[in-house]
Every structure is written in C-alpha cells, then in structure tokens.
Write a protein that binds this ligand. Structure first.
Ligand SMILES: Cc1cc2nc3c(=O)[nH]c(=O)nc-3n(C[C@H](O)[C@H](O)[C@H](O)COP(=O)(O)OP(=O)(O)OC[C@H]3O[C@@H](n4cnc5c(N)ncnc54)[C@H](O)[C@@H]3O)c2cc1C
Length: 142
C-alpha cells in the first residue's frame, strides 16, 4: 500500500521531518502544506544577517539539490484550514481535500500583536517571515 504523509508547515520542523523520513527509508508520498511560498528556510538569520547584510542570501535549510532529492509534493502557498479526522483529510484554503495515512503538524509559532489596531499601525513591524525581514530592512535603511 502506498503510504502518504502530509506535513502541515514548511518551516524548519517540517523540513527536518521530511528529510529524516527519507533518510530513514520512507518511500511513500510526502506532501507539504505551506502557507509561505518559499522552500524550507531558517528564521534565526532574519534578525541578524538578513537585516545587516545588503545582499543577504535567502537562508535555505537545504540546498536546492538536497531538497529536490526529497521528492516532495508541495501545496503552497496554501493554508490547512481544517482537519477531517474521520475521513483522514486536510482541507486546504483553495477548497481542495488532501487525504493522508499519517499527518504531522509542524505549524510552529506566529507573531502576536497586543490588539488589531497595532497591525494597521505604520510603525509597528512583526518579524517572523522572510518578507517581514525584507520590509523591516528597507525601512531601517531609510
Ligand atoms: C526573527 C527570529 C529569530 C530567531 N532567532 C533564533 C536564534 O537565534 N536561535 C534559536 O534557537 N531560535 C531562533 N528563532 C526561533 C526559531 O526560528 C524557531 O524555533 C523555529 O523557526 C521553529 O521552527 P518550526 O518549523 O517549528 O516553526 P516555524 O518556523 O514557525 O514554521 C511553521 C511554518 O508553518 C506555517 N503554517 C502555520 N500554520 C499553517 C497552516 N495552517 N497551513 C499551512 N502552513 C502553516 C507557517 O507559516 C510557517 O511557515 C528565531 C525566530 C525568529 C522569528
């Protein structure tokens, strides 16, 4: 029986889970549902090199070749909106249902603001994603 593992979350945990599954010999389908459009990347550089270095490289978790070798099926940029445990399916933000044999939640954390008004404030920034770092960097340069 072909087995399918669905990983929700394309962060470091999701990336290492996929890599470890392959390293340990899992040869079924690995699907990654990721709301970000990017390949797996590391966040620590976002508050360091990505802000300080003019031409900071995208901090990939794995080289392009290494990630290609994992043979993943990406669903991105899409959110997992709900999980139908009875049917063993994940419902995606485009309405698609993705069935699974096994499911891994690697949804990490998110930046929280004290209230909604803060999100609209022009001088309040959150720093969680690659785009956040790019935005903050350009404002800091000003
Ligand atoms: C600016 C910054 C600096 C940091 N510096 C350090 C450091 O110096 N040292 C250190 O040890 N740690 C540091 N950290 C913490 C470290 O980056 C985190 O511990 C790590 O990113 C956790 O990885 P994760 O994969 O569990 O979660 P995350 O990195 O949060 O990844 C989860 C992913 O899942 C996605 N996701 C969430 N919900 C859904 C959904 N429903 N559907 C689809 N996708 C979804 C998110 O968009 C995200 O891409 C830093 C973090 C930040 C933000």
């Amino acid at each position: 029986m072909t087995s399918r593992i669905v990983i929700i979350g394309g962060g470091q945990a999701g990336g290492w889970a996929a890599k470890t599954l392959r390293d340990e010999g899992f040869d079924g389908e690995i699907c990654v549902v990721a709301e970000e459009e990017w390949d797996f990347y590391e966040r620590p550089p976002l508050s360091k090199a990505a802000l300080l270095q003019p031409e900071a490289a995208f901090p990939r978790l794995f080289s392009e070749e290494a990630q290609q070798a994992l043979n993943l099926t990406w669903y991105r940029p899409l959110r997992a909106e709900s999980i139908d445990r009875e049917a063993k399916a994940v419902v995606l933000s485009n309405g698609e249902r993705l069935s699974y044999n096994m499911l891994l939640l690697a949804t990490g954390g998110r930046a929280r603001l004290p209230g909604e008004a803060w999100a609209a404030h022009p001088q309040v920034y959150t720093l969680r994603h690659w785009q956040d770092a790019q935005r903050l960097k350009s404002r800091l340069a000003e």
